[in-house]
Structures are given as C-alpha cells and as structure tokens.
Design a protein around this ligand. Structure first.
Ligand SMILES: [Zn+2]
Ligand SMILES: [Zn+2]
Ligand SMILES: [Zn+2]
Length: 255
C-alpha cells in the first residue's frame, strides 16, 4: 500500500483541524442561542424559586429530590437497581435525541439534560465566594506580567492575537473575530510570547495583525489628508464668495 507523502499528511491534518474548528463554532452558536432563549423565556429558576421547590423549566422534573446521591453502581441493592433503571428510562423518554451530557445536584438522584435544562441558580453563599475570589485577584497591572499573546487562525481565515495567562497551554476553541464581529472557531494557534513588556506596553502581536493595524492607520491618514484638502477648498471658496459681496454686506454671518 502506498504511503502518504508529508505534504498529503499535512493537508489532511489541516482539513481535520478546520472541520473541528467549524464544529466547535457551530456548537458555540447553539449554546449562545440556547442561553438567549432561556433569558428571553425566563427558563432559569431564581434562587427563591429553586428554594421553594419549583421544578426545572427545561424538563419539568424536580431540581432536587432529596433522595441522596447514587452510591457506586456496583453497590446498588436490587431495589435501588430497579429505581435506577426506571430513572434512566424516564431520562431517555424526556431526552430521546439530545445526545448531550447530564447534571444533577448533590444529594439528589434526578438527572437533568445539559441541552434542555438551565443549570441551577447560584445561591448567596456561592455568589459571596465568587466575589471574594474576584477581590483576591491581583491588579490588572500585575496580571499583565503573566500574560502571553497567541496568534490564532480562525475559520474565516482571519488572523488575530489572543491574550491569556501563561499557564494555559491551549487556547479556547472559539473566540471573537474582531474583523467579522462574530464568534469563530480556532483552526490553528501559536504562542508568540509575553503579551506586555515590563513597562506594561503591548509587546507581541502577530505579524499579520500588525500589518492590519498599519494598513488601517495608513487608510485613516489618507482619509484625514482628503478631508483637510476638502476643508481647504471650502475655505478658499468662502473667501472668493466674500470678495464678490458688496462692501456693506461683506462678512455678515459668514466668517
Ligand atoms: Zn431539567
Ligand atoms: Zn434534553
Ligand atoms: Zn473573521
């Protein structure tokens, strides 16, 4: 059997990366749509509703059934096994085509679908914890020291720079494309290095993006030059018209 050449292999890998990026982009679009629908239709439970035992508005099942989490499957008694099967059957009935993950609340056995069911609301304790975490974050200036810039090639073929903490070894699968002003899947990513110099000035930027900024600057300068030209032409026209007026009216409200 003939072996693939390096070039063929690279081509296939590139096609695979693009397919994956497009799939991620599609998934991201569905997630966004779902979140927007939930927001529009008020699907999410408020903390008060959740505490009052209002069932999930995604599937109609209780959020919390108080039955306690399932022990490991191998430790189930015969009766628990039957209960488990009944609940599994019920879940399959409610979500025949979702093919999605599921979640449940600690101490509760009922499963909710990652596709149909909005996650439970955050309680005051959780919000407070998040607030504390947020307050403990170092200042923006300090954080800059640990940021790296990455060059990303997106599904739209735009190249953009993405900045994130140095500890991240991967970039997220979907990012905002500043050119298309929409979310795009990431086909290729390359770490460029520290995003800022020690004085906090932006350091690394992809060459392509650098070129884009230079092109934009040139365009803006050209625009300014033409506007200045037009302004000069208008002001000499004004002067000319003023000269044509009789001396008594000259300058009235025009200067
Ligand atoms: Zn649900
Ligand atoms: Zn579902
Ligand atoms: Zn784009």
């Amino acid at each position: 059997m003939a072996k693939l050449t390096d070039e063929q292999r690279a081509k296939r890998a590139a096609a695979r990366a693009r397919r994956k990026a497009l799939a991620a982009e599609e998934e991201d679009r569905r997630d966004t749509e779902r979140r927007e629908t939930w927001a529009r239709e008020g699907t999410r439970l408020t903390w008060d509703e959740y505490k009052a035992g209002v069932p999930c508005r995604g599937c109609g099942e209780p959020m919390y059934d108080g039955l306690g989490s399932w022990p490991g499957l191998m430790y189930l008694t015969e009766e628990e096994k039957r209960d488990y099967e009944v609940m599994e059957e019920r879940f399959r009935e409610l979500h025949p085509d979702c093919k999605s993950g599921r979640w449940s609340i600690g101490g509760s056995r009922v499963s909710h679908c990652c596709l149909c069911c909005p996650p439970p609301p955050m309680g005051p304790a959780q919000i407070e914890k998040l607030t504390r975490l947020f307050q403990a974050l170092p200042s923006a200036e300090k954080r800059k020291k640990n940021l790296d810039a990455w060059e990303l090639i997106l599904t739209c073929d735009h190249v953009t720079t993405f900045i994130q903490h140095r500890e991240n070894t991967y970039v997220r699968r979907v990012v905002d494309c500043p050119e298309c002003q929409t979310r795009r899947g990431v086909v290729e990513s390359k770490r460029l290095g520290p995003a800022y110099t020690d004085d906090g000035v932006e350091a690394a930027r992809s060459e392509v993006e650098q070129a884009r900024v230079v092109a934009e600057l040139t365009k803006a300068k050209e625009q300014l030059r033409r506007q200045q030209q037009r302004a000069a032409a208008t002001s000499s026209r004004i002067e000319e018209l003023q000269k044509q007026l009789s001396p008594t009216v000259r300058g009235d409200g025009i200067a």
